[in-house]
Design a protein around this ligand. Structure first.
Ligand code: OTU
Length: 616
């Protein structure tokens, strides 16, 4: 059999031939010197053929539609919503019954956190996957996934699923076989002696220093340490073995054939290990992601890949594929630096960092987009900011972490610090949006303004705004009594409450409630963003220097987006905006600014447009 075409020629279109070439070249880079190139190619082509034959005519039709409109996910076309299945709808069928809710809000991209068969007991919220091709039984089955996918597609919503690439549960078949001494299963993981593990630790970071210290776990059955970057029950996969790549590509395409349209590639930065480094963002990691992309382009070209790489902005552009790799890696990536930068600015009432981040935002290759978010199921990770701040700002970072982490008298925020070993360590902060911004009761103006500030910011940055489930209702933190906490995986559970059906009811029945205000705000922001804020990407935003440190102001094409991160009212002269003598109108609340001196309220956020009475 010819390794390249698997015996027949089903990959003949010019695009497929290009994808095949890309696959070959990347496999060659990774595996030739390991003597495993031929094997890698043969296994991946086998997978591609099988999955291509499996792909339904309906999904192939979708692939063809996407090919006609290849930038369907760029600019401001999408608005995302991220949620756990059980918290939102109890199971997949329950999610299906809530599609109308998503439509009402304006969502057209639904990210469901892991719903695949997970480790019994603790599973890191499903990020310890026991079987990638089975649905977690308590959440549904294949048929429910397919009917959810279909319902979403019919309503113009794309389904995004996690694909946990870096590790599997210690109860996954590969891990149990490895424990029992099967050498080919053992070759799916990294095994180290005590000394080797200690040496590697010297250059490795810790993701969960409190709840899962160290990156290696001793496995008595093998007498060795297995690599485990995250929880001890999440074993890192060894991609220097081509069988790992082939199996994970098979899993990905199997899910794509069940109707998944976007994969959130969890922990994408960690896929390749190199002694003496922090084992993140290695060149091979990018080549591997390019192999996954080539497989998608071959078999399911309508599908998107989203890099979950929580790394400083400078490390992110390669995840889109640069230069000769343009269009060959991920389509989407999270913008976590801007997210953390916004919280940093809010605590310090100073936007110097955010302005610098936006000023230095790298150009994005065409056919790529950011996910812009303010909260998600994880902590606000402060580590991404460390390379982006100067030494004078370190104290401000500590301040921000303490301010939001419930460690500071007088702070309006009600969060918890995450994984910080000592009062000096700055790691992460947990909490729901409304608790972190301290929006305490419906007409608490400062709280509401901060809420609106953080959300209007993510809607104005030029990427895909993403709402985290519950924030559309200003839901508070999950209950956190000692009893509750005993059930938690870690303090991220603070911001993983169940969807509040009562609050949903308030949206229509009690227009003055916090839930109704929050919902109206987000729906409204999305509507205006869709029609008015059309910058193609974040690097097109132009910072305006107003000389006022607490203001963030930028041109979003012809609009001026203005955010006051301080508790003070400010006077801004319009000459600073190059708008002397003009009337400006705020698109969000319809306010007019006629005078040359603008009064900016505490924590206010404005999307300004020059108002010409004649064409109003
Ligand atoms: C990701 O997390 C997931 O989003 C987490 O929910 C999982 O626990 C984790 O992977 C393991 O699967 O940096 O790029 O700081 O933000 O672990 C991977 C905690 C990650 C998370 C971090 C994150």
């Amino acid at each position: 059999m010819n390794a390249r075409n698997g015996g027949d020629n089903c990959f003949q279109s010019p695009k497929q031939r290009k994808a095949l070439q890309q696959l070959e070249s990347r496999l060659a880079k990774i595996y030739t010197e390991r003597g495993a190139y031929e094997l890698a190619l043969r296994r991946l082509i086998e997978v591609a053929h099988r999955r291509y034959k499996d792909r339904s005519p309906e999904l192939k039709k979708l692939d063809a539609q996407r090919a006609e409109n290849p930038t369907w996910f760029c600019g401001n076309q999408l608005m995302a919503y991220s949620t756990y299945v059980d918290k939102f709808g109890r199971d997949l069928e329950g999610v299906r019954q809530k599609v109308d809710w998503l439509l009402e809000l304006g969502v057209n991209y639904l990210h469901l956190l892991p719903f695949l068969k997970m480790r019994p007991g603790k599973s890191d919220g499903g990020f310890a996957v026991e079987n990638f091709l089975e649905i977690e039984p308590s959440l549904g089955n294949h048929q429910q996934l397919e009917s959810l996918g279909k319902e979403l597609r019919e309503n113009g919503i794309s389904l995004c699923s996690d694909l946990v690439l870096n590790h599997v549960a210690d109860t996954h078949e590969w891990a149990t076989k490895a424990r029992n001494g099967d050498p080919s299963a053992q070759a799916f993981f990294y095994w180290k002696t005590h000394e080797e593990a200690c040496r590697l630790e010297e250059s490795l970071a810790q993701i969960f220093p409190q709840t899962a210290p160290g990156n290696f776990v001793y496995i008595p059955e093998t007498g060795k340490y297995v690599w485990s970057t995250f929880y001890q029950y999440q074993w890192d996969l060894n991609y220097s073995n081509p069988e790992v790549l082939a199996s994970m590509a098979d899993n990905m395409l199997g899910l794509a054939n069940l109707g998944v349209e976007v994969f959130r590639l969890d922990s994408a930065a960690f896929l390749w290990k190199r002694a003496g480094t922090n084992c993140m963002n290695q060149p091979e990691c990018h080549w591997l992601l390019q192999c996954f992309r080539a497989m998608v382009d071959l078999v399911a070209p309508g599908v998107l890949l989203k890099a979950e790489a929580i790394v400083p902005t400078a490390e992110l552009p390669p995840y889109f594929g640069l230069n000769e790799d343009e269009g060959r890696e991920c389509h989407l990536a999270y913008q976590s630096s801007l997210m953390a930068g916004a919280w940093f600015s809010l605590a310090n009432q100073n936007t110097q960092l955010l302005r610098k981040q936006i000023n230095e935002m790298p150009e994005m290759p065409s056919g790529s987009n950011w996910i812009c978010y303010i909260r998600c199921h994880d902590d606000i990770g402060w580590n991404v900011l460390k390379p982006e701040i100067d030494s004078a700002q370190h104290a401000q970072l500590k301040f921000a972490s303490a301010f939001f982490g419930g460690q500071m008298a007088g702070s309006y925020a009600n969060g918890l610090t995450f994984q910080a070993n000592s009062p000096d360590a700055v790691h992460g902060t947990n909490g729901m949006l409304s608790d972190l911004v301290g929006w305490k009761y419906p007409d608490d103006l400062s709280g509401y303004s901060r809420y609106k500030l953080m959300l209007s910011l993510i809607f104005s940055l030029g990427g895909i705004p993403m709402i985290y489930m519950g924030d559309e209702l200003a839901q508070p933190n999950a209950p956190s009594t000692a009893e509750d906490q005993a059930r938690w995986v870690d303090s991220r559970d603070l911001h993983r409450p169940a969807f509040n059906d009562l609050a949903r009811h308030q949206v229509t029945e009690e227009p003055d409630s916090r839930a109704a205000r929050a919902f109206r705000l987000i729906k409204h922001l999305r509507q205006i963003q869709k029609s008015e804020l059309t910058a193609i990407n974040t690097s097109a935003l132009q910072i305006i220097d107003t000389g006022l440190d607490s203001l963030l102001v930028f041109h979003h094409e012809d609009k001026i987006c203005l955010f006051n991160f301080s508790a003070q009212s400010l006077i801004l002269n319009k000459s600073r905006l190059n708008a002397s003598g003009k009337t400006l109108r705020d698109l969000i609340e319809g306010r007019f600014f006629d005078l040359d001196e603008m009064l900016i309220e505490p924590y206010d956020s404005l999307w300004l447009i020059r108002y010409d009475a004649s064409n109003s």
